[in-house]
Ligand binder design. Sequence first.
Ligand code: GLC
Length: 438
Amino acid sequence: MNSESLIGKAIEVLSQNDRGDHTVPAKDLYPHQWLWDSCFIAIGLRHYDIVRAQQELLSLLKGQWSNGMMPNMILSREKGAVRHKPELWQSNLSPYSPDSVPTSGITQPPMLAEAVVKIGKKLPLRERRSWYRRMYKAIVKYHEWLYYERDPHNEGLSLQIHSWETGLDNTPPWMNELHEHQQAFWIRFVHAAKLEFIFTLLRQDRKFALPGERLSTLDGLILYSIQRRLRRKAYDIKRIINHSQVAIEDLTFNCILIRANKMLQTIAKTIGEELPEELLKRMRKTENALEDLWDEHTGQYYSRNFASHDLIKIPSIATFMPLYAGCISKDRAKKLVDLLKSPSYSTRYPIPTVPTNSDWFQEKVYWQGPTWMNTNWLVIQGLEHYGFKEAAEHVKQQSIKLVEKNGFCEYFSPKDGEPAGTEDFSWTAALIIDLLQS
Ligand code: GLC
C-alpha cells in the first residue's frame, strides 16, 4: 500500500474516534479521554489539521487539578467497555479536583510538552508564540506538581502510585512488585476459592479483545484494589505514601519527564519566560538521578522501588526509554542499541514490550510482550536523536508493515505481526501518520 492511502486510512480511524474536542482511543472499548493518548493523537493530527491538534491538547486542560495534576482520564458518560464511571473515582474527594469535570485521581506519562512543541514546529513564529503562551502556565504547574508532590525527598525522580500512571498497565516490573505484596483480603479469598471466573464473566473488555490478549482477571482485580485504596486516601499523596507499598520511580515515566523538561525549556525560551528557579533545580537533578537507575552488572536501567531504593531488575520496553530521554552518554546509548539488536529483542516486528527470553514474555498479552506503536515511536525518536539512523529506520519500516498487513489495531504479536487488542486504535493511526510524514 502506498503511504498516501495508508495515511488516508489512518485519518478515517481518527475521525471515527473524534468526539468533537477530543478523540477517544477506540470506540466501544475506551470511551474516555486519556492524557498520553491525546498527546500522541495530537502529534499525528498536526500533519493535516493543526487547529484540531491544538484543540486535542487544549481539551486536556479542563481536567487539570488546581494543584497542577493532569489526570490520566477525563471521564465521559459515553458507553464503553472500560467503564471507569465517575463514581468509581470520586475525584471530588480531593479539594483540588475540578468542580464540574469528573476525572481520575492519578496521572500518566508527561507527554504534553513534547506534543505542544511538535505542534509548534508546524507553526510560523508568531503563531507558535501565541500557541506556547496558551499552554505554558498549565505545563509549568504540571511539572511543579510532578516534583513537589511526587518527589517528596527531593531526589530527582518522580514517583508513581499506580501502574496505570505509567501507561503500561501490567508491565512485568510493576506486576512483580504487586505480586510480592500482600493482597487485600477479598482478593486472596477470590483466588483461594477459585472464584476468578465470576469476575471474568463480568468483564466487558473481552467483547473487544480475545481473553488471552488482556491482562488476567486476578491482575485486573489487584489493580482495581489499589485504585480503591487511593480513593480511600482521597488522592492525598502524604497519606498514600505513608502506607503504600507500591510507590515506584518508574523508568519510562522519568525518561519522558526528562524529555518533557527540555521541551518546557524550549517553550519558555521561545516566549521569553523564565522558569521558576526551584523548578529548574529539580529538573536538573533528574538527569543525574537517572544514573541511579543504571545497573552496571546487567548493563541496563531499571525502575526503582521508592521506599527501599531497590532496583526492580526485570527487563521490559522501559529499558530503551533512556534513549528517548536523550541525556545519557553516547557510550551508554550504544550499549542499549546493541541490546536492542540482540536476539531476544530483534523479533520480526520489533520492539517486543518484554524480551522473548523472559519468563514473563507472552506474545499477545497486553504489555507483556506485544509490539505497541507508541513505545516504538518513543524509541525511534531516541535512536534518531543519538544518530542510530539505520536502527531507527528498521523499527520504523517494520512498524509501517505491521499496519499495512493488519490495520490500526491496538498492539501486535512481535513474532508474526498478528493483530491483538481492539481494532482502529487512535494512537496507532496517529503515530503512523507521524512516522510517514516526519
Ligand atoms: C490502556 C493502556 C494505556 C492507555 C489506555 C487508553 O489502559 O494501557 O496506556 O492510555 O488504555 O488507550
